[in-house]
Design a protein around this ligand. Structure first.
Ligand code: FES
Length: 121
């Protein structure tokens, strides 16, 4: 098993050793971290957290748009750690991450990854 160390910056810097092949939601919850979730397939945004250091693989997520990804948001139910990581959990709720498309339209390159068009140089 490849292990990664996950630090929760806004939980007193608590650290957890997790299996790199499994989603962070599962490996952290199994160690007693209280994390909400809904769909567990990367579609509902309930389990969003913010990555402040390290790299993760979240290719299976479909909830986040490219602006949110650029701002460091990750989807814990599908995210697997590629390196040791530092996270902030529980900082933004579903209510804040939901975006009113009329009030705050996205640029074409900020849309969800499967429909976004590259930013013009
Ligand atoms: S639980 Fe729905 S996106 Fe993670």
């Amino acid at each position: 098993m490849t292990s990664r160390t996950i630090t929760l910056a806004n939980r007193g810097g608590a650290t957890y050793s997790v299996d790199a092949r499994r989603p962070l939601l599962d490996t952290l919850r199994e160690q007693g971290v209280d994390l909400p979730y809904g769909c567990k397939y990367g579609g509902c945004i309930t389990c969003a957290a913010r990555l402040t250091d390290g790299q993760i693989d979240q290719r299976r997520q479909v909830a986040l748009n490219n602006r949110q990804i650029a701002n460091g948001y990750i989807i814990l139910c599908v995210a697997r750690p590629l390196t040791d990581c530092t996270l902030e959990i529980g900082v933004d709720s579903h209510g804040k991450l939901y975006r009113n498309p009329f009030a705050d339209p996205l640029e074409p390159h900020e849309l969800k990854a499967d429909i976004a068009t590259p930013k013009e140089a």
